[in-house]
Design a protein around this ligand. Structure first.
Ligand code: UD1
Ligand code: CA
Length: 475
């Protein structure tokens, strides 16, 4: 049977107390709903329908890149009513799988299991044994152990509330039967809603087999209704991703102190110290070491490279055997070849460094193309902005830039050139020569240190000096 997935995502999410619709609240840096959509698509369904209501345009825009069919539910009259809105889009001979926009951690494998158990006309429910079943629908079984009905917490008797087997909300139903049962729902219950869960009792009445599949991992059922639950889901997902990294061979100095907001792949024997945040798509080669407190976004880092504490990398491609940081900032679109060293308080932006080149201390290198074997001295700055335009700097192979140099772009430093420390270089420097541009050193014999002034004398001096005319050239 072909599969149509329906994701229910129309609810307000009142308890989030947020201007952002609930299904757009970020989990590991992505909207909640995106996690569910990704899971749904992993099943290879014929279609994924999303029932939306609150925050419609925002929700649609946030998921614009995905192949989804959007179904509006203008009034939120309950989960059964929500599914009913999608039914006109679904052929009779499909199987419907219902997912919830606010239950993001369910695994595709669990859903495959649920679908595999659903042969013929059967209805299958995903259930779990909850430590604390408060708020969930309960699975009520008959004397033979078969599923009899799902009772919502609000409607449950005290005895039913003691049942620990809960409804995850995730259910698979043949489309033809769903259409019939949904059209027969009523809202004579504690919440005056059309409950999707009443489909279970309808199936039982119609003599259709209802199978409950019990999840091993209760965390897959975690729903998000408030910020506390959002934090719990975040830490659960973090733990899962940390475990996956460790199984792939990474050493995490503390698996509770890593954040993965996106996807990360690692080679063998990678070591990651505490409090590092990985965002977007990150790949770490074999034996890479990441120090504490780094933020690494959309980066490829080659084997044996070390990133020391407190470094930030954003959209960077880093070769093998590089040494970065501590306190390095690599801004977007920088490319480091092998064996490059970027030291403390060095900022790169849209710059490329060739093999073995080094900028070890206190520099800004923006829009710069640096060859191989270059040494950029401490405090070197590329002056790439004239107030209106950004200009490039080229530093060729083997050049040596003395400390404290200002390279006023556009400018080229030739191969093997040496720039004297403290130079302001505004014209191209030729290959292989020493170029320097700085005032000649003088010593003033009669000079004396000033006297310490009283507060009044100092105020008068400030007044006088700040009014003094600017000296003209040669004047
Ligand atoms: C639902 C189930 C409950 C289950 C729990 C698991 C029903 C009646 N109850 O309860 O058995 O234990 O989930 O988390 O189904 N939604 C709509 N339109 C609506 C109402 C809801 O799209 O008119 C969406 C919500 O956005 C949400 C999902 O359906 O994504 C679940 O709705 P919610 O009101 O949170 O149901 P629960 O009370 O949690
Ligand atoms: Ca819910």
């Amino acid at each position: 049977m072909q599969l149509s997935v329906v994701i229910l995502a129309a609810g307000k999410g009142k308890r989030m107390n947020s201007d952002l619709p609930k299904v757009l609240q970020p989990l590991a840096g992505r909207p909640l709903l995106e996690h569910v959509v990704t899971t749904a698509l992993a099943l290879g369904p014929a279609a994924v329908h999303v029932v939306y209501g609150h925050g419609g345009p925002l929700v649609k825009a946030a998921l614009a890149g995905f192949p989804l069919d959007w179904v509006e539910q203008t009034e939120q009259l309950g989960t059964g009513h929500a599914l009913l809105q999608a039914m006109p889009r679904i052929p009779d001979d499909h199987r419907v799988l219902v997912l919830y926009g606010d239950v993001p951690l369910v695994r595709p494998e669990s859903l495959r299991g649920l679908l595999a158990a659903a042969d013929g006309d059967a209805v299958t429910l995903l259930t779990a044994l909850a430590e604390n079943p408060e708020g969930y629908g309960r699975i009520v079984r008959d004397d033979g152990g078969g599923v009899a009905q799902v009772v919502e917490h609000a409607d449950a008797t005290p005895e039913q509330r003691r049942i620990r087997e809960i409804n995850t909300g995730i259910v698979s139903v043949p489309a033809r039967a769903a259409r019939v049962w949904l059209s027969q729902l009523d809202n004579s219950n504690a919440q005056r809603e059309y409950y999707l869960t009443d489909v279970t009792a309808a199936a039982v009445r119609a003599g259709v087999r209802v199978t409950a599949l019990l999840l091993d991992d209760e965390t897959e059922t975690l729903g998000v209704n408030d910020k506390i639950q959002l934090a719990r889901v975040e830490s659960t997902l973090r733990a899962r991703r940390a475990s996956a990294l460790m199984l792939a061979g990474a050493t995490l100095l503390d698996p509770a102190r890593i954040d993965i907001r996106g996807s990360i792949t690692v080679g063998r024997d990678v070591t990651i110290d505490v409090n590092t945040v990985f965002i977007g798509t990150v790949s770490l080669g074999a034996r890479v070491k990441i120090g504490p407190n780094c933020v690494i976004r959309d980066a490829v880092i080659g084997a044996d490279t070390e990133v020391h504490a407190n470094s930030l990398l954003d959209h960077a491609t880093v070769g093998e055997r590089c040494v970065i940081g501590p306190f390095a900032r690599i801004r977007p679109d920088s490319v480091l070849a092998d064996a490059v060293h970027i030291g403390n308080f060095v900022e790169l932006k849209n710059s490329a460094l060739g093999q073995g080149s080094k900028a070890n201390h206190l520099s800004y290198l923006g829009d710069t193309e640096i060859g191989a074997g270059v040494n950029v001295g401490a405090g070197t700055i590329t002056c790439n902005y004239d107030g209106q335009n950004k200009w490039p700097t080229v530093i060729e192979d083997g050049a040596f830039i003395g400390s404290g140099s200002m390279l006023v772009a556009p400018v080229r430093i030739g191969a093997g050139a040496t720039i004297g420390a403290g130079s302001t270089i505004a014209s191209n420097a030729p290959d292989g020569k020493l170029t320097l541009a700085r005032a000649r050193q003088t010593t003033i014999d009669q000079w004396q240190r000033p006297d310490k002034l009283s507060a009044e004398a100092k105020a008068a001096a400030v007044e006088r000096e700040l009014q003094a005319p600017t000296p003209k050239r040669g004047g």
